[in-house]
Design a protein around this ligand. Structure first.
Ligand SMILES: [Zn+2]
Length: 383
């Protein structure tokens, strides 16, 4: 069967305007395993779209060769609302202009509606439970009556993703090493294979799953939440859902796009979505570390930023990562406030040099192995 190009119309919010989500289906609808890949919820995060740009011709060729055993849904840019938010030559993409929400929050937790539909029927057969839960999740989405464009986008995207075995939500950071946000439920396990195949430099896990209603969060946590609610039923973690942070926003080029696509394709082979041999698993670059061990550096004051360490650097506790300089202070080095690492680990995310910063702004993130007292109780997928 040939690959299908489709699009979903979103309701018009103002006269004369209307947007659509374009997506592609490879393989047969309903075939297993199913993988769902999307990019650019935060609409200017395009390294993932570049990876998909290179992946799609590979999927077309695999389809022609009859190699797609399951189903692959690819949504190159999931957020046409964010794509349109141009203001004075600047693309403002993280928050919805209308409701001011972060586009990657307030996705739909279907635990309640699924429990209501099939909770009493869940028993000791995991396979039957997975079927029932997927059908109930799709039925719950079909019964929803979203009104706005953004609500409709969320419901429609989840109709494509909620029954998938693998969900990959492709993001990037402003300046970052390739990293993953996952659920503890998937590590060790499929997320470890993903990290190895993609060459991930830091993996952060939510324990047991992300509380925040991010896109990858809700798709994976549905299973963990249902398993917690129905402890006597056999409910496996039936969806590997991860947020892949494809490095820095400016790192959109064919060299990286091509190698990222090859790595994604190999992972899809390893997951059994595409027939063939995945070959030996690449060496894992880093063990997963807990979100509670992730040090976040905040700006203590306003000023201009400059960093002492490159993204991906190994950091020691007590080391200065960057400094905030008061441009009006004439005292040279005394005008510089150092921001110190509070853990040993990998500096996986920072801002570009030369940014203006302000009190409380996030300056960097370090993946550390040990839970930190100042991060206790934090279980939010931080993207
Ligand atoms: Zn993002």
């Amino acid at each position: 069967m040939a690959h299908l190009r489709k699009s979903i119309a979103l309701p018009s919010m103002t006269p004369g305007t209307g947007r659509r989500i374009a997506y592609h289906r490879f393989g047969k609808a309903g075939a297993r395993p199913k993988a769902y890949l999307q990019a650019a919820i935060h609409a200017n995060e395009l390294p993932g779209a570049m990876a998909l740009h290179h992946l799609m011709p590979m999927l077309v060729a695999a389809e022609k060769a009859g190699r797609i055993k399951g189903e692959v849904i690819v949504v190159p840019t999931i957020n046409p609302i964010g794509q349109s938010q141009l203001v004075g030559s600047t693309h403002l993409v993280r928050y919805d202009f209308l409701g001011r929400e972060n586009f990657n929050r307030n996705w739909l937790d279907l635990t309640g509606p699924v429990a209501e539909r099939v909770g009493r029927k869940l028993g000791g057969n995991a396979r039957d439970n997975v079927d029932m839960i997927r059908k109930a999740a799709l039925a719950a989405l079909a019964a929803m009556k979203p009104v706005t464009e953004l609500q409709t986008l969320r419901v429609e995207a989840m109709k494509l993703s909620t029954d998938a075995d693998t969900v990959l939500d492709l993001h990037c950071d402003s300046e970052a090493a390739l990293h993953l946000f996952i659920s503890r439920k998937d590590w060790p396990g499929p997320a470890q294979l993903l990290a190895a195949d993609l060459g991930i430099e830091a993996t952060l896990y939510n324990d047991p799953y992300p509380e925040a209603l991010t896109f990858s969060g809700v798709n994976g946590a549905l299973w963990a939440r249902l398993a917690a609610r129905f402890p006597d039923a056999a409910i496996p973690q039936a969806c590997l859902s991860a947020t892949v942070e494809y490095r820095s926003q400016h790192e959109v080029n064919h060299r990286l796009g091509e190698s990222d696509a090859k790595n994604l394709f190999r992972f899809l082979v390893r997951r059994g979505v595409i027939a063939g041999r995945a070959g030996p698993l690449p060496r894992l670059k880093a063990q997963a570390t807990p979100i509670a061990g992730m040090d976040v550096g905040y700006a203590p004051r306003t000023g201009m930023l400059t960093y002492h360490l490159a993204k991906g650097a190994r950091v020691r506790k007590g080391q200065s990562v960057c400094e905030v300089i008061d441009p009006a202070d004439p005292r040279g080095p005394k005008a510089r406030t150092q921001v110190i690492a509070r853990t040993d680990g990998i500096l996986f995310s920072r801002k570009p040099d030369g940014r203006l910063t302000w009190p409380g702004a996030v300056l960097f993130r370090i993946a550390g192995a040990k839970p930190l007292p100042h991060r206790k109780g934090i279980s939010g997928l931080d993207d």
